[in-house]
Design a protein around this ligand. Structure first.
Ligand code: PRP
Ligand code: MN
Ligand code: MG
Length: 179
């Protein structure tokens, strides 16, 4: 039923599962002997985070933050606002931020700087990287898939808070946001 609003599927559920296993295995190796804090950024990261954590075979802890980004009128302005901070003390900790997408980079740049300022060692994992969207310099340490400059929904990504529950990443039909 939701599929009728989708122009094309960009990344299938199976591809996401396979890639999550690969990244999970890599994180298992790279963080061996440590107990990193998996930090999910609400709300978009949840489906990918759920997929990814199951593939990490060392002890981890989990916590969450919610932020919202306001992209101002001009192209270079942008402000990120804290909606919900995390509970866990982070000084001296390894934090693995899990995101659904990096677009302008504003959200992750804000989070990375904030957490580093609090004394954490920050690693970034993103399911999607839309490199063409970047307005500030920030790179992920682990990326699921690079994507072209198209408006995508699904697997956590929303349009007007909807379509997060699609089991794949797809491009929305234009008629959906034209009304
Ligand atoms: C989206 C997405 C990322 C962020 C990426 O979140 O989930 O968190 O934007 O964009 P950026 O690189 O341009 O900052 P959004 O603020 O829409 O909140 P949501 O996760 O609740 O949808
Ligand atoms: Mn988000
Ligand atoms: Mg959103």
């Amino acid at each position: 039923m939701l599929e009728k609003d989708i122009e094309k599927v960009l990344i299938t559920e199976e591809e996401i599962t396979i890639r999550s296993k690969e990244i999970g295995a890599q994180l298992t190796k790279d963080f061996e002997g440590k107990t990193p804090l998996i930090l999910g950024i609400l709300r978009g990261s949840i489906p990918f985070l759920a997929e990814l954590v199951k593939r990490i075979d060392i002890h981890v802890e989990m916590d969450f933050m919610a932020v919202s980004s306001y992209h101002g009128g001009t192209k270079t302005s942008g402000e990120v606002k804290m909606i919900m901070d995390l509970d866990t003390p982070v000084n001296g900790r390894d934090i693995i931020i899990v995101e659904d997408i990096i677009d302008t980079g504003l959200t992750l740049k804000y989070l990375k700087e904030l957490l580093e300022h609090r004394g954490a060692k920050v690693t970034i994992v993103t399911m999607l990287d839309k490199k063409e969207g970047r307005k500030v310099e920030i790179e992920a340490d682990y990326t699921g898939f690079p994507i072209p400059n198209e408006f995508v929904v699904g697997f956590g990504l929303d349009y007007d808070e909807k379509y997060r529950n699609l089991p794949y990443v797809g491009v929305l039909k234009q008629e959906v946001y034209m009304g």
